[in-house]
Design a protein around this ligand. Structure first.
Ligand code: SF4
Length: 465
């Protein structure tokens, strides 16, 4: 299983792996030992299609050496390119999209019996188990932390984004089913959940509108805050995170629920994208730079100690020097803890990709990117330095990559923290750590004590006789 792109894709991959394991497969140690290779693709990043076709080219010789090998291409790029994938790479056996992840195992079986298949659905099946990756069996990467998809698709139309085209309109999962799923995760020892959606804080809007259209007397009100409260109240759930919210839909009820629910972590990913009102309007983001900062201020006032991360695009078509300077100003005022910064690159099929006459030359975007990084690095360092002297709880995920005697974990603010421990701590341990030093991307701490041990059961592989 090879995954490209965002957490939603990684979560889909966990579900595809879970379905294949339920179908009797086991994870191969290496590509050249595999009988099935699934590439779960993304079309958000630059050159995603070139990278996919290059990778498929490399897989050709594996297919020659092992004619039993099946190659499947899934995900957003599959949804977009469809038959083109087999036209360009005839050795691909199965192409399936974002709306039929649940069919992964069946499609591979069908292709084994009757030849290559391209199956792309135009919209998501409405039944829970088919539509939502969380409702399918999963092979999770972590035993103590899990993703839960609460909503798929997006009703916005950001001019740079292909998501609405490849993931369809917003569909929310039923509230009760979600709570039941998180309870089941807690029962097997999961202590941290991340609620996933393209636009998580508009969760439930479609459910209530549908009920109103069906004649029920329903007041359309935000449900996301209620979900945070109910999931956060589940016994055993210590941490609730969510990603990604849209700034225009951040409601006071969500901020209050964050503040009043102990399990909800003090971290908000709040994608700015640009600071200039003119560019934000062209992006169809639905807020101005000033409004973004006001909402941020409201969130920080409501949730003490809130860490804020963001996404910013540099060089959106038509971005002038003045527009960019406004992005710098808003970013500086926002004092982000960290930011994912991207140079704009056109996604075929999106509105902004048509504005070729307004594309910004590479030397200009390079310069702007460097200036933006300086601003972000300044606030990252300062925000991390503010943690020094504080006591944080780290959820341990394992030894540090560089030094096995050093443990790594995440604080509630989602900051990476390293600390020495005289004995290894299992993933899922919660440890109290005094912060003694900081860098741009990490904190360094001293272990004070252990506050909770992992409770997840070690999985015993089921092998049929
Ligand atoms: S809100 Fe905008 S950027 Fe986010 S998924 Fe929807 S269209 Fe894309």
């Amino acid at each position: 299983m090879r995954t490209f792109g965002c957490q939603m894709n990684e979560h889909d991959s966990e579900r595809i792996s879970g379905l294949l394991e339920a179908d009797g497969m086991a994870e191969a140690n290496a590509m050249d030992e595999a009988d099935v290779i699934v590439l779960n693709t993304c079309c958000i990043r630059e050159n995603a299609d070139n990278k996919l076709y290059a990778q498929l080219g490399q897989l050709k010789h594996l297919k020659k050496a092992n004619p039993r090998l099946q190659i499947a291409v899934a995900g957003c790029l599959a949804q977009k390119d469809r038959d083109l994938i087999r036209e360009k790479a005839g050795h691909v056996d199965v192409v399936f999209g974002t709306h039929n992840v649940h069919r992964a195992a069946e499609l591979l079986t069908e292709a084994r019996e009757s030849g290559p298949i391209v199956e792309i659905l135009e919209e998501t099946a409405r039944e829970d188990a088919a539509a939502f990756p969380s409702a399918l069996p999963a092979k999770r990467e972590s035993d103590f932390a899990a993703w839960v998809t609460i909503q798929i698709g997006c009703d916005n139309n950001c001019a740079f984004c292909i998501v609405p085209a490849v993931r369809g309109p917003e569909i929310s999962r039923e509230f009760a089913g979600l709570v039941t799923e998180v309870k089941a995760l807690a029962d097997v020892g999961v202590t941290e959940v991340t609620l996933l959606g393209q636009n998580v804080n508009s969760y439930g809007r479609d459910i209530q509108l549908a009920r109103r259209q069906a004649g029920e007397d329903v007041r359309v009100r935000p449900l996301f805050g209620d979900l945070l409260r109910d999931v956060g109240a589940i016994d055993g759930i210590r941490r609730v995170r969510y990603t990604s919210p849209h700034p225009k839909d951040l409601r006071p009820e969500t901020i209050t629920a964050m503040a009043e629910t102990d399990a909800v972590c003090e971290h908000l990913h709040f994608p700015l994208q640009a600071g200039s009102d003119r560019i934000l309007a062209q992006m169809h983001r639905g807020y101005t730079g000033e409004r973004f900062l006001e909402k941020l201020q409201e969130a920080r006032a409501g949730v003490p100690d809130l860490a804020v991360t963001t996404d910013i695009i540099v060089g959106f078509p038509g971005e002038t020097e003045d527009d960019f300077v406004r992005t710098l100003e808003v970013a500086a005022e926002a004092r982000f803890d960290s930011a994912y910064t991207f140079v704009y690159s056109p996604r075929p099929g999106t509105e902004a990709a048509e504005w070729t006459d307004k594309f910004i030359p590479a030397e200009v975007t390079k310069d702007r990117m460097e200036r933006l990084r300086t601003v972000i690095e300044r606030s990252s360092r300062a925000r991390h330095a503010e943690r020094v002297g504080k006591t944080e709880i780290a959820a341990v995920f394992g030894p540090s990559k560089r030094d096995p005697d050093v443990m790594s974990g995440r604080t509630r603010q989602n900051k990476l923290v390293h600390f020495a421990s005289d004995k290894p701590l299992k993933a899922g341990t919660y440890a109290r750590v005094k912060i003694v030093d900081s860098g741009m991307h990490y904190l360094r701490g001293e272990l004070l004590d252990i506050t909770a041990l992992p409770t997840h059961r070690t999985r015993i592989p089921v092998v049929s006789a």
